[in-house]
Design a protein around this ligand. Sequence first.
Ligand code: PHE
Length: 346
Amino acid sequence: MPNDAVTQLRTEARKALDAAPDQGALDAWRVDFLGRKGRLTGVLRGLADLSIEEKKTVGAAANALKLELEEAFDARADTLRLASLTKSIETGRLDVTLPERPHLQGGLHPVTQLSRKILDAFRSMGFSIIEGPEVELDHYNFEGLRIPADHPARDMWDTFWVDEEVDGRRSILMRTHTSPMQIRFMEEHKPPIRIAVPGRAYRFEATDTTHEWMMTQVEILAVDEGLNMGHLKGTLLDLFRRLFGQERQIRLQASYFPFVEPGAEVAMDCYVCNGKGCQSCHGSGWIEMLGAGMVHPEILDSMGIDSRKYTGFAAGMGLERLAMQYYGVPDIRWWYQNDLRLLNQF
Ligand code: PHE
């Protein structure tokens, strides 16, 4: 009779074990059937009440069942482990053939790219690249460049002043061009001098398609024995040919800047129409590129550089307008609106 109880227990245990869906159920099963207070232990404890004969048969059967269930438990645990591993491999599978998600990549601003091209050209012609302050003293921006207070030439550079007026004068400003670096450099260095100065300059101007209140300039200055307009012209021609093609020509027209003598406005023949006249050059065949000239002898002398022995040339160009030409962008204000639809094209 009690043997039936063992058989019954076996049936129930195996059924419950086969149905255990996961490790948690398995642990509960073990407690239920094999634990210290479990059902099989109960049967074994009940042996005490049985006769010797029954003890033998039931005891043997119960012990056999204990071994059997322990093995079955291990087997089921293995099966479940394998199943969950297989499942996680299936569902967590990484498809390495999927295309990656697109990600935005930063890049250099087109004006920066152009600036680097220009500086590369000057560097290979023997110029050193130096930089200077954007907040500048009147002394360097104007005075030292032969533009004293009240000089009408100051009207060429509408100025953002930084400090308050003292005795009707102010002395700190946002530099209106990179030319003050000519003075700063000659103060500290003597010829031979060959420098290219990239940097920002500011003008207190209304904006329109060709005017911005901030621009990037590149200034060059060379001072040495025997330099003349030919060297200036050759240097600029070389630059323009590198940027816009070997067939380019340049034109110098007399112009006035207080810090050069003679001074020139330099133009390049239009690379779109080869000088015939088109939309890009407004029909003239020429594109104004920069201001330039021979360093005024008074400036050399004021820097302690003997103007009877040394001469120099200088030029300064604004890059935003050049970049408009170079990249075919019609409005100067677009450069700094940070519209990715524009910037992503470069
Ligand atoms: N600094 C002048 C400007 O910004 C350009 C220039 C530079 C002219 C050097 C002559 C020599 O207008």
